[in-house]
Design a protein around this ligand. Structure first.
Ligand code: 3HC
Length: 304
């Protein structure tokens, strides 16, 4: 029991082969960072078109990272890009993709049944030692994990958008997660060059548990007519040091995603006024305003 953290990590199997399931914004970002940090990555999606889009997004993002890191060094920049892309494969075959995985990170749609169905299948296909993790932002990791026979090798790895830029990784344990699985995931987060924090499997973990009530109160503020979105954003950027105001952030991540997360947290805390959903989000969805991705949310954007 007295062995040190670093000793016990050395005793655990190092995570080298990583399968990321789901090639949306988060999955693509996680796969990109894993490839950039030298892991052998397989990115899986059952939709071929989604995989093509993800490859395009990864290419653009890696170029931005390289530009920032190697501004005046074209040779190192090209080496970094080709090195990272060389570590990344894509496939539509989820079962085959886990055959040699040390870690599977799931970042598919936030639907409990679909996630459970995926993990039931992966549990049978993956080797004994493979660790499973979900990037869920508002479901209980325990509810996802319970369909598998590897609860001791299951945890949450919650990244932030945009994954290549945001430095934080929340490492979440369920009551059954073994100490060695937890330490492996924690060490992997550091190998991904993220700063890791530890959290229990509570709704919203650390960041969303605090960020979402603030976002909801910003929405109520404009519903009451107390202030405009632009002024709330300016106030929080200049008065509280936020990189983006709450409305810029909701537009950036998507109005539809906000609705989804609000609904899920309200279901977890039905009596808590902090998580009471707002009308304005429903109205915007009815009007087809989904945020930056389709040209209009609280602000208007140039469609690219
Ligand atoms: N890939 C690679 N590099 C990127 C990037 C990406 N997708 N996005 C930004 N960058 C880097 C680039 O180097 C960029 O420089 P460039 O424009 O010359 O390429 C640099 O960051 C600066 O970016 P921008 O000029 O576009 O703008 P900012 O300085 O405002 O930074 C931001 C953008 C990092 C998104 C910053 O505004 C920010 O931190 N916003 C808050 C984001 C946040 O709160 N995220 C958490 C959301 S909650 C969540 O994710 C939880 C989940 O459950 C949904």
């Amino acid at each position: 029991a007295s062995r040190s953290f670093s000793q016990s990590v050395a005793m655990n199997r190092a995570i080298k082969n990583v399968t990321v399931v789901g090639s949306g914004l988060m999955g693509a970002g996680i796969a990109q960072v894993a490839a950039q940090t030298g892991h052998n990555v397989i990115l899986v999606d059952n939709n071929k078109l989604a995989l093509e889009k993800a490859q395009h997004r990864i290419q653009t993002s890696i170029e931005r990272v390289a530009k920032k890191r190697y501004a005046d060094d074209a040779e190192s920049s090209a080496k970094f890009i080709s090195g990272a892309l060389g570590h990344l494969k894509t496939t539509t075959d989820a079962l085959e993709s886990v055959a040699e995985a040390d870690l599977v990170v799931e970042a598919i749609v936030e639907d409990l049944k679909i996630k459970q169905n995926l993990f039931t299948q992966l549990d049978q296909a993956a080797p004994e030692h493979t660790l499973f993790a979900s990037n869920t932002s508002c479901l209980r990791v325990s509810d996802i994990a319970k369909v598998t026979k590897r609860l001791d090798r299951f945890g949450g790895l919650h990244f932030f958008n945009p994954v290549p830029v945001m430095k934080l990784l929340e490492v979440v344990r369920i009551p059954e997660t073994s100490q060695s699985s937890f330490e492996s995931m924690f060490a992997w987060g550091q190998a991904m060059k993220k700063v890791t924090v530890e959290c229990k499997d509570t709704p919203g973990f650390i960041v969303n548990r605090l960020l979402i009530p603030m976002g909801l109160e910003s929405l109520r503020m404009i519903e009451r007519g107390d202030a405009s979105p632009r002024d709330v954003d300016l106030a929080m950027k200049l008065g509280a040091g936020f990189p983006m105001g709450p409305f810029e952030l909701i537009d950036y991540t998507g109005i539809d995603l906000a609705k989804f997360v609000h609904t899920a947290l309200h279901a977890e805390f039905p009596d808590d006024p902090l998580f009471e959903p707002t009308q304005i989000i429903d109205t915007m969805i009815d009007e087809g305003k989904l945020g930056m991705k389709n040209g209009e949310g609280f602000y208007k954007y140039n469609k690219s």
